[in-house]
Write a protein that binds this ligand. Structure first.
Ligand SMILES: [Zn+2]
Ligand SMILES: [Zn+2]
Ligand SMILES: [Zn+2]
Ligand SMILES: [Zn+2]
Ligand SMILES: [Zn+2]
Ligand SMILES: [Zn+2]
Length: 346
């Protein structure tokens, strides 16, 4: 019977994303399939294995509200907690109505026995649909002999017969029939005769509910819910706006930090290349000076070598006077060269 559909659909479980099976609601009024809820509770209490035995709370899967099991549940039977939460009759009715409209409503009794049979009739007292066979049995059984069975077509014509009786929280066997105005609390006749015996204003439920759609209390509540939904929407819009503003501011700061660093780096690069240029200029000048000096040295060396060679030849082959004059010429020339070398070496 379950089929995946729109998550905004009120008849879809937010855990399994399928049409609800046995919808149960928590004190925060969030609704889940009984099985989904049970698995959720078990996974929640198991995540803290050390305290499994003492654990008495779990979190609502949607709003994270701390939730305690119903008062009649014991700490140890966690597997049954889900079953003890109240049925969400409004959701059950919505699903039943839509199934009947689509002519897809199956017999609830056969369903329990894992058989799929199209339902034809509806028991107003039991709020269950039956196939032809099961309707016959229901009519024949002593406990349900007086129940009113209507055909599913008639149910659609008069939707009131779909709404089941709700049971008292304190007396699960008793139908809620009264409403205590003093305590603002719906209750069963047993409660009426005990806890609310001394209350001044206890009404029949049908009387309290009569024409409630048009009462101020109803329109006020609906109006307040609408208003608060809009206000929360506005707040969440503002939060989103602040978030994106924060992002933009971060981007601006990053951009200007990058720009500043880039311009500092560019400036440093200019200084570096100017300095390197200067260094290479100085270097080139020094190199060229030394090259010139080396050239002059080599010329001077040639000159001196020539003086020595001429003097040696003259010693071996010339007359004394000629040698003498050559020595005098060489001495003068050599003196000039020595001056040159001394200035160069200093
Ligand atoms: Zn579910
Ligand atoms: Zn919740
Ligand atoms: Zn059946
Ligand atoms: Zn019945
Ligand atoms: Zn009661
Ligand atoms: Zn009361």
């Amino acid at each position: 019977m379950a089929e995946a559909s729109d998550p905004e659909d009120l008849t879809v479980c937010s855990i399994c994303l399928q049409t609800f099976t046995k919808p149960k609601y928590l004190p925060c009024l969030h609704t889940f399939c009984e099985l989904c809820l049970q698995q959720w509770i078990e996974s929640q209490v198991k995540s803290e294995r050390r305290h499994y035995q003492q654990k008495t709370v779990f979190m609502c899967p949607v709003c994270r509200a701390e939730t305690r099991p119903p008062t009649n549940a014991t700490v140890n039977n966690k597997a049954e907690w889900a079953n003890m939460f109240p049925n969400n009759h409004i959701i059950i009715t919505l699903i039943d109505k839509s199934m009947i409209e689509k002519e897809k409503k199956a017999c609830d009794v056969c369903n329990e026995m894992d058989k799929e049979m199209p339902a034809t009739e509806w028991c107003v007292q039991c709020s269950e649909a039956y196939c032809g066979e099961c309707s016959k049995v229901h009519r024949a059984m002593k406990a349900s002999r007086k129940h009113r069975l209507v055909s599913l077509c008639d149910v659609l014509r008069d939707l009131k017969s779909l709404s089941p009786a709700e049971m008292c929280n304190d007396h699960p066997e008793e139908v809620i029939k009264l409403f205590c105005v003093d305590h603002d609390h719906p209750c069963c006749t047993l409660c009426g005769a005990t806890s609310h015996r001394k209350c001044d204003n206890v009404l029949e439920l049908s009387e309290a509910a009569k024409d409630f759609k048009n009462k101020q209390e109803f329109s006020d509540l609906l109006g307040n819910l609408n208003k608060s939904e809009k206000e929360i929407g506005k707040t969440s819009g503002m939060i989103q706006e602040n978030l994106s503003k924060l992002d933009r501011e971060k981007e601006d700061i990053e951009r200007s930090a990058n720009e500043l660093a880039d311009s500092l780096i560019a400036h440093m690069n200019v200084i570096r290349s100017r300095f390197l240029q200067e260094v290479s200029g100085v270097h080139a000048r020094a190199v060229s000076e030394l090259n010139t000096a080396a050239e002059k040295c080599s010329l001077q060396k040639g000159t001196i070598k020539n003086l020595r060679q001429v003097l040696e030849k003259s010693r071996d082959h010339s007359a004394d006077t000629e040698l003498f004059l050559q020595v005098k010429r060489t001495e003068r020339k050599f003196k000039d060269s020595k001056v040159f070398i001394e200035t160069k070496m200093s």
